[in-house]
Design a protein around this ligand. Structure first.
Ligand code: DQQ
Length: 657
């Protein structure tokens, strides 16, 4: 265990300098437990009240599944909320415990202004993204491949559709797409994790043992690191997990806030190959930092001098990820790989703005330092994995297919009251492969794992569709709620070269006003989850902005401003620049799955994930369009669209073994 002062735990946790855990059981009357109990009672009352409301208000099944055949028009509501009846907001426990849960809590202020129907709400459940059967889910944890199964663990609340009581959910898959739910891997049952079994990572040792390091939120709300391992390595399902008797194996070191020490990474080998290293995120004042520890046995650790990296002004670094990428090969690398032809990605999830930032750089294990290639694109101030809703992500090396796979937590952007009504909240992204972009040399490429293509069924092709300035072209695809869309756009280089420079050269998707804002060279792209009359629509598009210096910069955006008639949901224009090389066509791939749209530009150089909550463009009414809203540019588009089957995600059939 790391050294800690012998003083008893101070009450002012933020300003404390070190932490001494009390071994054994916590005092029975510990105040946070009382608070927790109170919060649980309050919350249970609230949940019961919601449930009663739900039953009284006509619907027998609180979570019916939308059946396309029995689809009812959203204009005949079967259930609605009265705006006059505000719902009590559930207590936020995350912030109190030094961790974020849902940023979009207060959109409705307890009042839902829209007459949501049960059909609308049940349509929002995804068909091929990973979700538990019900309740709240957040960060992916400890993903790994073992004996023929992919394992996904995740932050889960077994009791409700809001954050709390964090437990490790567990599911297995043969192909990363179809999943079988297993019993919880770890529950908060020890003094050192009684307030939550928080985020952690897996390391597979050369001898085949599996090490799981995770953050425990202790009875007195301090963040400590804990060790767990499978009870039985001959069980490919890894059903049983043992928490090490030496836990916690790490406590916040002097100078680190007791609530600022979390989310250990996968371990990598030290230069001599005789020790393991991990990094853990924290902050000092407003500077985000990554602490590095070295260990031989995952029980005793030494804190290395200095930080792996630090960036002033970026605040608390959650869920750090640190891994190598090959500069020359297409395959992924094991976490311990280093040497010539390798760069290292450092990723931090910024608690302050809830986005995942990464940078490419060089790792010097002797100096215990990682240096960004471009200081202007450092962690937290430069590139993001995803310019939409995407957080607390984690990669793992898939030794089965020699690739590095990225998982990310996709939050809801509707009102929390709606999550309670639906009975679930949040999804995981489709897992993405990550490689270095050899063409640009300045970013990674993310791409949905190839296995998702096994869900493709009927396809529709539209070739060489000419889109003049100001055109919208409907595509003959009905019931367009589950799609894989691949679209390419040709613009005439001469037109771009000859176009007049925009007066406003500071184009930026989030402040642009969205797809309705017309420029000379954009926007143009696809429109998804739209109804026939385009009263609801989510455009995914490019905008070429030509500056007075004659240079054209291409932006990739997703516009949610008119994605829903309801005011109870967040509506943002997401996006950023996308690098474009000479003679490259513009391309978009979008995975549409009910309330989530994951979009990849230029093979995954820039990615945007949107959560949208249409009220009309659902079920059979959901449509796809092509559009060009530029004033001075014609575009030729070619699109292939596949309807996607649903993934098979269900409880593991233990009774059939
Ligand atoms: N979620 C976990 C923490 C982590 C945060 C708690 C990030 O370990 O820092 O549920 O979403």
């Amino acid at each position: 265990m790391a050294t800690a002062s012998s003083a008893s735990p101070p009450h002012d946790l933020e300003s404390a300098t070190s932490y001494s855990p009390i071994p054994g059981d916590p005092p029975a009357e510990a105040q946070p437990r009382t608070k927790k109990l109170l919060a649980t009672i309050l919350f249970t009352c609230f949940f019961l009240l919601s449930l009663i409301l739900l039953i009284i208000k006509q619907e027998p099944d609180p979570q019916p599944k939308l059946n396309e055949d029995s689809y009812q028009s959203p204009s005949t509501p079967t259930y609605s909320f009265s705006p006059a009846r505000p719902l009590a907001e559930p207590p936020s426990r995350g912030v109190e415990q030094g961790v974020s849960e849902k940023a979009f809590r207060r959109v409705s202020g307890g009042n839902l202004s829209f007459a949501w129907t049960n059909v609308m709400l049940s349509w929002q459940k995804t068909a091929y993204h990973f979700q538990p059967e019900k309740n709240w889910m957040n960060d992916p944890d400890g993903p790994l491949y073992y004996n023929g199964w992919y394992h996904l663990f995740y932050q889960y609340n077994p009791d409700s559709a809001v954050w709390g009581n964090i437990t490790w959910g567990h599911a297995v898959s043969r192909d990363l797409i179809h999943w079988l739910h297993l019993p919880y891997a770890m529950v908060p049952d020890q003094w050192y994790d009684i307030n939550g079994v928080w985020t952690g990572s897996a390391t597979i040792l050369p001898d085949g043992r599996i090490i799981m390091l995770y953050t425990g939120d202790t009875y007195d709300v301090v963040q400590v690191q804990c060790l767990a391992y499978p009870a039985n390595l001959s069980d490919p399902l890894l059903l049983e997990w043992v928490k090490d008797p030496n836990n916690p194996v790490l406590v916040p070191p002097p100078g680190i806030g007791l609530k600022d020490f979390r989310d250990p990474t996968t371990a990598w080998l030290s230069p001599d190959g005789d020790k393991w290293r991990i990094t853990i995120g924290s902050k000092v004042d407003k500077t985000g930092i990554s602490l590095v520890y070295e260990t031989k046995d995952f029980i005793k650790y030494e804190l290395l001098d200095g930080y792996l990296h630090q960036v002033p002004g970026t605040g608390m670094w959650e869920c750090i990820d640190f891994y190598p990428v090959s500069l020359t090969e297409e395959n992924g690398l094991d976490t311990s790989a280093n040497g010539p032809g390798i760069k290292h990605v450092l990723k931090a999830s910024l608690d302050d703005d809830k986005n995942d930032y990464y940078a490419l750089g060089t790792y010097d294990p002797i100096k215990n330092k990682w240096t960004p290639d471009d200081p202007d694109l450092d962690v937290g101030i430069g590139l993001r994995y995803d310019y939409g809703k995407y957080y607390a992500s984690k990669t793992f090396y898939d030794q089965n297919k020699q690739r590095r796979i990225l998982w990310g937590w996709i939050r809801e952007t509707d009102a929390e009251e709606l999550d309670l009504l639906k009975g679930w909240a949040c999804v995981q992204s489709i897992p993405r492969t990550v490689v270095f972009d050899q063409k640009t040399g300045s970013n990674i490429l993310q791409w949905p794992v190839e296995e998702v293509e096994s869900l493709r069924s009927d396809s529709f092709e539209f070739n060489d569709v000419r889109l003049g300035p100001g055109s919208v072209v409907p595509l003959a695809v009905d019931s367009a709620s589950e799609l894989d869309i691949v679209a390419s756009f040709e613009v005439h280089k001469e037109t771009v070269d000859e176009a007049t420079a925009e007066a406003d050269t500071g184009y930026d998707c989030p402040t642009s006003g969205g797809a309705a804002n017309r420029g000379i060279l954009g926007p143009f792209g696809i429109v998804v989850l739209a109804d026939d009359t385009l009263s609801e629509l989510t455009p995914i598009y490019f905008y070429i902005a030509k500056g007075t210096n004659g240079k054209a910069v291409t932006h990739f955006c997703a516009d949610e401003l008119r994605s829903s008639k309801a005011a109870d949901v967040d509506k943002i224009v997401y996006g950023s620049k996308v690098p474009l090389l000479q003679h490259e066509k513009l391309s978009i791939r979008s995975l549409v799955d009910h309330s989530i749209v994951e979009s990849f530009a230029q093979g995954g150089r820039t990615v945007i994930t949107s959560r949208v909550y249409p009220t009309k463009a659902i079920g059979r009414a959901a449509r796809v369009f092509l559009f060009n809203n530029a004033t001075g540019l014609s575009v030729t588009a070619s699109v292939k669209i596949w309807k996607m089957d649903s993934a098979d995600i269900r409880p593991f059939p233990f009774d059939q073994l």
